[in-house]
Design a protein around this ligand. Structure first.
Ligand SMILES: [Zn+2]
Length: 406
């Protein structure tokens, strides 16, 4: 995992302006487009040395066949599906003047890794070697290793509409017991908030709104008690949840110029943390582990786990959709700002084998927002917004599987 991170960092830091593609039919130089998001490659620029076909599947999704390797990407979604795996990308594919661009990382890292019999990238020479592909036949023979999944995931992947025929949402109130979570605000006005109380209050409201709309709800905690991070996901799996929503309160980094001023809401889904700010929130939320007695808090990057277990990764796309819906819905009521959908390696999300998100509903370190987060009326509005997005997601998902005839 660390190797992958370093590699991605290197690509971002010092990527070539041009890469050379060397294949059966000759050699070709391809310019690397310098975009705000990072280095990218215009897919159509790769042919004819690399045969490329792009099929639009609607909804911004594309099936790409490149050197005989089939994979799927979506406009503005930072991951790719290949074989039965979903791989995170440092930046998202995008359209520019009708042309599909992929992050350079796809070409020089993800594809060569997934299909080393077809592509090899020589970083020193900035050269991509393309090996002979079998004649335009099916790509089924492609050696994309498929990972074995834990049994619990196989069960949850069925997305059983449970025996009651209801969808089941797992609502997770962050922290609890000796783990207060964050405390604020930074510039005191004589009152103090603990994250664990706010998360429980909002989670309870969220649960009852969802129940009132006919959804089964499982709460990981209903009292001020400590639940191990890994147990939260385990509970979600055992109870066969369809969706996992974890509620948290953010805290500013004291090294920021004016930490007390930071405010706003953001929603995370599980993937490699892409920014220093995402890593900050990841560290903060993963710290709960230290309260778990009898658990040796392993210092491993929790993402080493996810990379070994692609079962979770297959839910990335749906998790990202749910996260977007929650952000949009919160945007209707929250004074903001909208800090966007982000990615990080949250321990609590790693073990939940279902679409899973973590919502930071505001900054408890900010005086105004701390007050906002403690008002019952506001808590109800936040819960209503998260519930509305969750319902929308469930309906959307239902429609999609309905259409797919699964
Ligand atoms: Zn938290």
């Amino acid at each position: 995992m660390i190797v992958a991170v370093l590699l991605a960092a290197q690509i971002a830091a010092a990527h070539p302006a041009v890469i050379t593609i060397r294949g059966q039919s000759g050699e070709q130089k391809v310019a690397v487009a310098e975009k705000l998001s990072g280095p990218a490659i215009r897919l159509s620029a790769l042919s004819p040395v690399i045969p490329v076909s792009i099929d639009s599947l609607g909804g911004g999704r594309y099936r790409v066949t490149l050197a005989g390797i089939e994979f799927f990407v979506a406009d503005q979604a930072p991951f790719m599906e290949i074989g039965d795996r979903v791989l995170p990308l440092a930046t998202a594919p995008f359209l520019d003047n009708g042309d599909l661009f992929l992050p350079l990382q796809v070409l020089v890292e993800q594809l060569p890794r997934a299909a080393s019999n077809r592509l090899r990238y020589d970083m020193a020479k900035a050269e991509l070697l393309v090996f002979a592909a079998p004649s335009a036949g099916p790509t089924a023979a492609l050696a994309v290793p498929s990972r074995s999944r834990p049994a619990s995931s196989a069960a949850s992947r069925k997305r059983t509409t449970t025996h009651t025929g209801k969808r089941r949402v797992v609502v997770d109130a962050g922290h609890g017991g000796p783990d207060n979570g964050m405390s604020g605000p930074l510039r005191g006005e004589g009152f103090r908030v603990h994250e664990k109380h706010i998360t429980l209050a909002v989670a309870k409201r969220l649960a009852s709104i969802l129940q009132s709309r006919g959804v089964d709800v499982v709460m990981t905690r209903t009292t001020d008690t400590l639940i191990a991070l890994s147990d939260r996901g385990r509970i979600a799996n055992q109870r066969n949840g369809d969706v996992f929503v974890s509620i948290h309160v953010n805290a500013a980094n004291l090294r920021w110029p004016r930490p007390e001023a930071a405010r706003g809401f953001e929603t995370y889904f599980l993937a490699e943390a892409k920014t220093e700010d995402a890593r900050r929130v990841e560290r903060m939320e993963n710290e709960s582990v230290k309260f778990e007695t009898g658990v040796t808090a392993d210092k491993d990057d929790p993402l080493s786990f996810i990379m070994n277990d692609m079962a979770q990764n297959e839910h990335l796309r749906e998790s990202s959709e749910l996260a977007s819906m929650i952000q949009a819905s919160l945007g209707d009521m929250h004074p903001g700002p909208d800090r966007g959908v982000k990615q990080a390696g949250f321990r609590v999300l790693v073990t939940a084998f279902m679409p899973a998100v973590l919502v930071e509903i505001g900054f408890g370190t900010n005086v105004d927002e701390a007050r906002f987060l403690t008002q019952p009326q506001r808590q109800q509005e936040i819960a209503t917004a998260v519930a509305a997005a969750t319902m929308k997601y469930l309906e959307h998902y239902e429609r999609r599987v309905g259409l797919a005839g699964r």
